[in-house]
Design a protein around this ligand. Structure first.
Ligand code: ADP
Length: 292
């Protein structure tokens, strides 16, 4: 069992399951409504805890009654919240439209909480941790936190998820051991295929492991010898819910590296876990019968 710290968001997701995606200005009755805790870093920890790891979350937590499902979920999975900053207010909330026809998830998000900052991060004693993972949000703040990890615990593996283009996020690239990019970010830089994107990033980032998820086409990684590795996605019999697939992939990747797997095996391990997630609703039970 390893001890993992993740920094990022914990949100509330209102998930409407739909037979098809509605037209604008249409009215459509949902098949189901679920309320579920979400947020990239929180989701990744929920999965890692099910894989047997001790987990701690650092983020800004709203203390109002609307945040109760988030706190219950964290408690259920034994996720330590000591590093969180508590504020009065409403949790960041997402309205998620799950379209059963295509397995897509469309998200509308609202947030008025401040971001977790380097000042918050400085209060954390990094001694017990075996891995620290950041959701790449505020670029300059995340860069400061990552730099602090490198300076105070240079031996501590550190990953950053770069999911969306955010101002200044590139400042983290130089100090981190692993960068996990999304297709959205690659597309934003003008790349519509994985290989040229990974080689371009390698020009700026010689030291980090580079990973790129590519939806139902699986995931790619570029190793230090300049070799690209690819794992196909593991498609479930029926795609039920892709919400949190990327967060689950990240958990699988971290779990794989903590087990000492190399890049090719880690990609396949993470894609297998993410594929399992796509075949079920939500994140519960992902560790059950998941062979390593
Ligand atoms: P995000 O959930 O952040 O949008 P991706 O869509 O890239 O991230 O998905 C992350 C991983 O989840 C992929 O690398 C793949 O392994 C898996 N995945 C995504 N969609 C599917 C799918 N339809 N079937 C099987 N696996 C999937």
């Amino acid at each position: 069992m390893a001890c993992i710290l993740a920094i990022g968001t914990a949100t509330l997701d209102l998930i409407f399951t739909l037979t098809h995606y509605p037209d604008e200005d249409a009215e459509l009755r949902a098949i189901e409504l679920r309320t579920s805790p979400g947020g990239n870093a929180a989701n990744t920890l929920v999965v890692l805890s099910q894989l047997g790891h001790a987990c701690a979350f650092g983020g800004v937590l709203a203390d109002g009654s609307e945040a109760a499902p988030i706190l219950e979920c964290m408690a259920k999975h034994g996720i330590d919240l000591t590093a969180c900053r508590r504020v009065l207010g409403r949790p960041p909330t997402s309205c998620v439209l799950l379209n059963l026809e295509g397995g897509t998830r469309t998200i509308v998000h609202h947030r008025d909480l401040s971001e977790y900052s380097d000042e918050d991060f400085r209060r954390i004693d990094l001694t017990p941790f075996d891995w620290v993972h950041f959701e790449g949000r505020d670029g300059p703040e995340t860069a400061r936190m990552v730099r602090r990890v490198r300076e105070s615990r240079p031996d501590l593996p550190c990953s950053v998820e770069v999911e969306k283009p955010r101002p200044g996020i590139e400042a983290v690239f130089a100090d981190v051991g692993m960068l996990i990019f999304s297709r959205v970010y690659a597309n934003h830089l003008g790349f519509d295929t994985p290989r040229p994107f990974l080689f371009k990033i390698r020009e700026q980032v010689p030291q980090a492991g580079l990973i790129l998820t590519w939806g139902k086409e699986g995931a790619y990684g570029l190793d230090h010898r300049g070799e690209i590795h690819h794992s196909p996605a593991f498609s479930p019999v029926e795609v039920k819910d892709t919400l949190g697939a990327g967060d689950t992939f990240n958990a699988g990747l971290i779990d794989a590296y903590l087990r000492g797997f190399g890049l090719a095996k880690a990609l396949s391990h993470a894609c297998r876990l993410a594929g399992k997630k796509c075949g079920q609703l939500g994140l519960e039970g992902l560790g059950v019968n998941f062979s390593r």
